[in-house]
Design a protein around this ligand. Structure first.
Ligand code: ZN
Length: 290
């Protein structure tokens, strides 16, 4: 099942995507929560009710709606660094003994086709195609062999990075947290539909030029390792998003280096999960105090 958040007729709703159509759950199953995080919190019963509703109900054409980030405001967006051997090598760093975690700000979340801002303060904007895990259960101290049970599903993600801000201090967080720098989507493909998440081809294109091409079988710490590690420290909650790392081919490791500029179009594609496509626009830096 493919669970989407979408905007239509001035409202935000959730729905189930099937081919070129989407079932509006606010009509097909009006008793279900109408927002993804609340829907995921409602657990297996809500998931089953949605599955039933998808077979009936009114369909909208996908082309008539605007897809949003599947989870609008995840409580946590965690991301792992240096998690494909070829990317570790191109970064010139040693393979880490421990999982390297940073967070991305909630305000960095963007939709699957939303414009990504090139910050006014940097010319070192870069892309990172990543498999994202969306958490479906509250979870703490989950061993690796149970970790699949806490996953609602998966989506494409782009861990957009501002390299100079990322690397000028020992902490990645600021350089990874600019507004719009965590586009995700196009929807959550549920765990049962994906099966093994460690067999998926993953690619990134910039203006149709293939920059990254790998497979999630090359993850150093796999999705389940990551949940086991994170859940020793923090309670994972429904809707939390985990960026699982990027393979080789980022612009900052090319020779010569290739950073993004306004007008560039980034496309992240993952087998079984669809694709997200985000164009780059210059940020209009305006002071905001509200
Ligand atoms: Zn990353």
């Amino acid at each position: 099942m493919k669970l989407a958040t979408f905007f239509h007729g001035g409202t935000t709703r959730i729905g189930i995507v099937d081919g070129e159509e989407i079932t509006d759950l606010s009509i097909a199953a009006p008793n279900l929560p109408r927002e993804m995080m609340a829907f995921l919190e409602a657990g297996d019963a809500a998931m089953e009710a949605a599955r039933q509703a998808a077979t009936k109900g009114t369909h909208l054409s996908l082309s008539d709606v605007t897809l949003g980030p599947p989870v609008l405001k995840p409580r946590k967006v965690m991301a792992i660094g240096l998690n494909y051997a070829d990317h570790v090598a191109e970064s010139g760093q040693a393979a880490p003994a421990h999982q390297v975690w940073f967070s991305k700000a909630q305000t960095s979340i963007a939709g699957p086709h939303q414009e990504v801002l090139k910050p006014s303060v940097s010319d070192f904007l870069d892309y990172e195609a990543e498999l994202c895990v969306v958490i479906g259960k509250r979870a703490k101290h989950v061993p690796k062999d149970q970790a699949h049970k806490v996953i609602a599903g998966y989506c494409c993600g782009n861990d957009v990075s501002v390299r100079d801000w990322q690397l000028r201090t020992p902490q990645f967080v600021l350089g990874k947290s600019f507004d719009t720098h965590a586009p995700i989507g196009p929807w959550i493909t549920t765990h049962d539909e994906v099966g093994d998440p460690h067999t998926l081809d993953i690619k990134c294109f910039v203006n149709s030029e293939e920059r990254q091409s790998s497979n999630t079988k090359h993850l150093i710490f796999d999705c389940y390792d990551q949940i086991a590690e994170l859940s020793q420290a923090m309670t994972l909650e429904p809707g939390d998003v985990i960026f699982t790392g990027t393979p080789a081919g980022v612009g900052g490791a090319m020779d010569p280096m290739q950073f993004l500029k306004a007008g560039d179009v980034m496309r992240v594609e993952i087998e079984k999960l669809g694709a997200i496509e985000n164009s780059v626009v210059d940020e209009q830096a305006e002071m905001l105090i509200q």
